[in-house]
Ligand binder design. Sequence first.
Ligand SMILES: NC(=O)c1ccc[n+]([C@@H]2O[C@H](COP(=O)([O-])OP(=O)(O)OC[C@H]3O[C@@H](n4cnc5c(N)ncnc54)[C@H](OP(=O)(O)O)[C@@H]3O)[C@@H](O)[C@H]2O)c1
Length: 204
Amino acid sequence: MQIAIIGTGNVGGALATQWSKKGHHLNLGVQDAQNFKGKKLLQNPNTQVFHIAEAVAKSEVVLIATPPTAIFDIIAMVGDFSGKIVIDATNTVAKKPEPYATVYHCLTDKTNAEVVKCFNSTGFENMLNPVYDSEGIDMFMAGDSQKAKEITKQLALDCGFGTCWDFGKGDKVELLEKFALSWINLAIIQGHGRNLAFKVIKRQ
Ligand SMILES: NC(=O)c1ccc[n+]([C@@H]2O[C@H](COP(=O)([O-])OP(=O)(O)OC[C@H]3O[C@@H](n4cnc5c(N)ncnc54)[C@H](OP(=O)(O)O)[C@@H]3O)[C@@H](O)[C@H]2O)c1
C-alpha cells in the first residue's frame, strides 16, 4: 500500500518504520525535503520523501502525526483529499484546532476523505515495539468510515499490535483522545514510565 506520512517525528517515524518492514511504500510528506525531523527514515526500505501535497497525491492512505493546529496548513497545501483514507494520530493535549474539538472533526468537516482516529492512544515507543511478553498490545480506533477502519485495522496488525478495537463512531473520537490522556496520566504524570500499555481482557 502507498502510505503518506505527514509529520515524520516520533509517531510518524515509528509507524513508517514498522510499515516499511511489512513491504508498504512510504511517502514522507515534509515541508522542507532538505531539512526535516526523521531524515534517517530514508534508510528504511521502500521510503521516499516528497513535499506534502505530492506525498498525499501518490498515496491511498495518509497518516497525520503533527501538532493538531498544523491541520489547517496541511489541508490548504493538499486541497483535494478525494478517495483518500486519512488516519488522525494526533491528540489535542495542549492546543485544539479551534473551532474544532479534534483534527478528526476538522478533517470530516473540511475534506471528503474517509477519516479514522487511530494510533493516538499509546506512546510512540509502543508503536515501534508493540510486543510485551511475546504478545501484541491492543490498539483502538474510532470514526464513521467503515472502509477506513478496515484498512487501519490491518495496518495496526502490520505494526505488530495484537488487535485494533473498534472504539465506536465519530461520537467516540473525543473519548479516544481522553483514553490517550489516561495513558499519559499513568505513564508520565503518575510516573509509571512509557513502557506501559493497554490490553483488553474478556471472559469467555
Ligand atoms: N509522542 C507520542 O508518544 C505520541 C503518541 C500518540 C500520539 N501523539 C500525537 O501525535 C502527534 C505528533 O507527535 P510527535 O511526538 O510525533 O511529534 P514530533 O516528534 O514533534 O513531530 C511532529 C512532526 O510534525 C511536523 N509538523 C509540525 N508542524 C507542521 C506543519 N505546519 N505542517 C506539516 N508538518 C508539520 C514536524 O515537521 P518538522 O520537523 O519539519 O517541523 C514533525 O515531523 C501529536 O499530535 C501528538 O499529540 C504523540
